[in-house]
Design a protein around this ligand. Structure first.
Ligand SMILES: O=c1ccn([C@H]2C[C@H](O)[C@@H](COP(=O)(O)OP(=O)(O)OP(=O)(O)O)O2)c(=O)[nH]1
Length: 155
């Protein structure tokens, strides 16, 4: 069973009332990065490659003008995945309708932090900094232990 947006919002700092959806909580884009050097995924270790932050075009509000390609986005909300749960991020459908998407890995029970995701831009798009780009959903799940990895408490 998926938890309601209202119950999730109770555990997330600074969620605006209009970000609470029936089945999840909207996530906003806080920062966008382009990777500039290779990362590493090994049997025992891993590292994230270097990256540069994409500057939004000035003005109020700042707007990212993104050409087709793959970007890393940092979400604006500090999430906490409750015990007995597992989380996922799904893209806002307007991204899909504009030939863009967000990809997500598993958000483990016990994880806390401002997470990051993959933003795929198939056609050029303008995204306002702070705009809603995805939705965080959490389902009930059995698990052994809770997340205690290197990304705990990130950002
Ligand atoms: O799209 C996602 C999915 C997960 N996370 C957060 C929550 C998750 O609990 C944590 C670690 O994810 P995962 O376990 O997939 O990362 P890993 O590469 O296996 O790292 P570790 O070795 O620390 O588990 O990152 C994100 O920021 N973005």
């Amino acid at each position: 069973m998926f938890r309601s947006g209202a119950s999730l919002a109770a555990g997330i700092d600074g969620v605006a009332d209009d970000a609470v959806q029936p089945n999840g909580v909207d996530l906003t884009v806080a920062a966008v990065f382009e990777q500039t050097s290779p990362g590493y995924v090994g049997r025992d270790g891993k590292s994230v490659g270097d990256r540069t932050e994409v500057d939004p075009h000035g003005g109020d509000p700042p707007i990212y003008r993104l050409e087709p390609g793959d970007y890393v986005v940092r979400y604006g909300e500090r999430l906490a995945v409750p015990e007995d749960s597992v989380g996922f991020v799904l893209p806002r459908s307007t991204l899909l309708r504009n030939t863009c998407s967000l990809d997500t890995a598993v958000w483990d029970a016990g994880y806390e932090g401002r997470g990051e995701g993959l933003l795929q831009v198939g056609r050029a798009i303008e995204i306002e900094q702070g705009a809603r780009i995805g939705q965080f959903v959490v389902a009930d799940a059995d698990h052994e232990g809770t997340y205690d990895g290197t990304y705990q408490g990130e950002n």
